[in-house]
Design a binder for this molecule. Structure first.
Ligand code: DOR
Length: 447
């Protein structure tokens, strides 16, 4: 571990409100000091003038496919891709093979991550055994083994009764329950947002009501039990409004939104009438319709929903931005739209996409960084130092990201460190990029 000085960057730390040019001195893995023109004896100096220095990003929601599906991603490749995206802590979902529903699998993930991932990896345990929606997993034991939340992500917690009991365990363990809100009796695996685009393409529709019905159920149960509820990848105007009202009434709920639901609409399934980002003014060339790389669950929505999730992020209704990084192999997407796997490989385009959103003026850069740091920490709570600190302060572990907000680059998934090349942003120009990621003072990624 080398001591180093990040000289002359724009230090943007939403936790303290600091947004000013300063030096950051890193010693023994910790932030030793932050200030103007720090003296630098026997340390490596990195000139970061013109760049932003921020707390390392924390991703509440990703899929690492390990154990069992490592042809799609592994803890090692996912960890490297996360570092390239500026993330210093990532929480991985349990829909692996086998599912993360027992102490042994949690220990496997923690051990593998410690040996192979350059970033901190925090496992999320399944709510139900095998994520089968029948019987609760041993939630207290999972928490003891080190899971930071519970989720059946990929699908909703199957019944009200299971959700109620999971939320009761949340009170005992202090860990939130993260729900993928989808009434599967309404969606039946439909690949596209229900509306004019799906109708035009002849695709089955996934209605907004399938999301709001489960959010409403979960909010009732969070109010009933006092357990901590976190809504994954909210994608609809109705969902945002339910969360807004519930927060006003004091329900213990938090929520996340993905970069793709903030920046893409279902027009991307048609391949025409495209703007980048969706609410911006830049028109893009036509693209092929039925591009399976646009297929994600929940699906890309229409303009009104996208505007509502942006407003929800801007006003704090939505606490965090989470990637839902969902890497798949080429063959998983090389088929008809209806048959393709759901998911977008998201680590390495997240910051660039969010910078494009900032350029529209709808959300400030400070709010974006807050939703990638302070927001996720609010969801995870205090984890005795297992999570990145989400701030740049003396004595804290030096988990930092340095990015260039004005270094345009064109997305080429073949250059991703992730094994998942499934990005609908292939060929799109993004305004900025990650330059350096550091975890506990150690360089995890350097462009
Ligand atoms: O698009 C998605 N992909 N949504 C999910 O809920 C699951 C995820 C996956 O595991 O691929």
């Amino acid at each position: 571990m080398s001591d180093l000085l990040l000289r002359g960057g724009r230090v943007l730390d939403p936790s303290s409100g600091r947004d000013a040019v300063a030096d950051v001195l890193v010693r023994d893995g910790l932030v030793a000091s932050v200030g103007e023109r720090l003296a630098a004896d026997r340390v490596q100096i990195i000139d970061v003038a013109g760049l932003v220095v921020a707390p390392g990003f924390i991703d509440l929601h990703c899929h690492l496919r390990d154990p069992g599906l490592t042809y799609k991603e592994s803890i090692a490749s996912g960890g490297r891709a996360a570092a390239a995206g500026g993330f210093t802590t990532i929480c991985c979902m349990p829909n692996t093979d086998p599912v993360i529903d027992s102490r042994g699998i949690v220990e496997y993930v923690l051990r593998t991550a410690a040996a192979e991932s350059p970033v901190r990896v925090l496992p999320i345990g399944a709510v139900t055994k095998g994520q089968a929606g029948k019987e609760l997993a041993e939630l207290a034991e999972l928490a003891e083994a080190g899971v930071v939340a519970f989720s059946d992500d990929g699908r909703p917690v199957a019944t009200s009764s299971l959700m109620r009991h999971a939320l009761e365990y949340s009170r005992i363990t202090g860990r939130p329950v993260i729900d993928h809100c989808e009434d599967v009796t309404l969606t039946g695996g439909a690949p596209a947002n229900e509306g004019p685009v799906a109708a035009r393409l002849g695709l089955r529709g996934w209605p907004a009501a399938a999301e709001t019905i489960i959010i409403a159920r979960d909010l009732e149960l969070a109010a009933l039990t006092g357990g901590r509820l976190h809504i994954a990848h909210v994608s609809t105007a109705g969902g945002v409004e339910l969360i807004r009202q519930a927060k006003r009434s004091g329900v213990p709920v938090t929520a996340e939104v993905t970069p793709h639901h903030l920046t893409l609409t279902d027009a991307w399934l048609l391949g025409e009438g495209l703007r980048w980002p969706a609410t911006g003014t830049t028109s893009l060339d036509r693209r092929a319709p039925y591009d399976t790389r646009t297929k994600v669950n929940p699906p890309l929505r229409g303009d009104a929903d996208v505007e509502a999730v942006i407003a929800g992020l801007a006003d704090g209704t939505i606490d965090a931005i989470a990637t839902d990084h969902a890497p798949h192999a080429v063959v998983d997407k090389l088929c008809e739209y209806d048959e393709a796997a759901f998911g977008i490989s998201g680590f390495e385009t997240a910051l660039g996409a969010l910078l494009a959103l900032v350029e529209t003026g709808a959300v400030s850069l400070e709010r974006i960084v807050e939703a990638l740091t302070v927001g996720p920490l609010r969801v995870l709570g205090d984890l005795d130092g297992r999570v990145s600190p989400g701030r740049i302060a003396e004595g804290c572990p030096a988990d930092l990201v340095v990015f260039d907000p004005a270094h345009p680059w064109t997305v080429d998934p073949e250059h991703f460190l992730s094994k998942g090349k499934n990005s609908p942003l292939d060929g799109v120009e993004l305004p900025g990029r990650v330059v350096l990621t550091m975890v506990a003072g150690k360089v995890a990624y350097r462009a």
